[in-house]
Write a protein that binds this ligand. Sequence first.
Ligand SMILES: *[C@@H]1O[C@H](CO)[C@@H](O)[C@H](O)[C@H]1NC(C)=O
Ligand SMILES: *[C@@H]1O[C@H](CO)[C@@H](O)[C@H](O)[C@H]1NC(C)=O
Length: 185
Amino acid sequence: MELVGLISLNLSRNLLTRRITTEIGALRSLEVLDLSENQLSGGIPSSIALINSLNFLDLSNNNLSGIIPTGPQLSTFNATAYEGDPNLCGFPLPKKCPGETTQNPAVNRGGDLASIQETEDGFITPGFYVSVALGFVISFLGVFGTSLLNRSWRFSHFNFLNNVKDKLDATVVVNMARLRRQHQT
Ligand SMILES: *[C@@H]1O[C@H](CO)[C@@H](O)[C@H](O)[C@H]1NC(C)=O
Ligand SMILES: *[C@@H]1O[C@H](CO)[C@@H](O)[C@H](O)[C@H]1NC(C)=O
């Protein structure tokens, strides 16, 4: 699950048992995932919806159960990806999940992120968004906050930017003149 550059994984017909690890979502480069004809059980981890490059999926003929996760990429696969797993339910299978009112993937799509957050493996949690926001604020303050707080730093900061701009302007003018001269000769 650390081979983040892996493009194709075929573990079909290997007598594999137990669950598909939730870390499968870390294999972001996967285009082909074939886990068919094993004895895998448990749910399909919702993190599988995070593999945007996936264009072939086969989880058929295992003993997987529960709701098939939704996602823009997952909605492109049809029921053959899941056939022979009698306890799976939800789109694209005809079998509805308990409490499911609609099988229209267009309706599900709006709730993709919500359903990813709600599922048990919690790959994307509210904490994830908090960390992203915090990281942004801290980096922003690191660069601009110091020069806003400190007058002399502020002047040297903008002086530096001005100098860079002047140098660039001068270089452009000189090179334009040189080009024009070469063009005329
Ligand atoms: C995976 O391997 C099996 C045979 O071991 C083969 O039948 C199947 O087509 C392969 N899957 C893909 C996607 O190539
Ligand atoms: C398949 O999984 C169910 C639980 O979802 C379990 O009760 C059953 O024994 C499993 N069948 C096989 C053949 O492993």
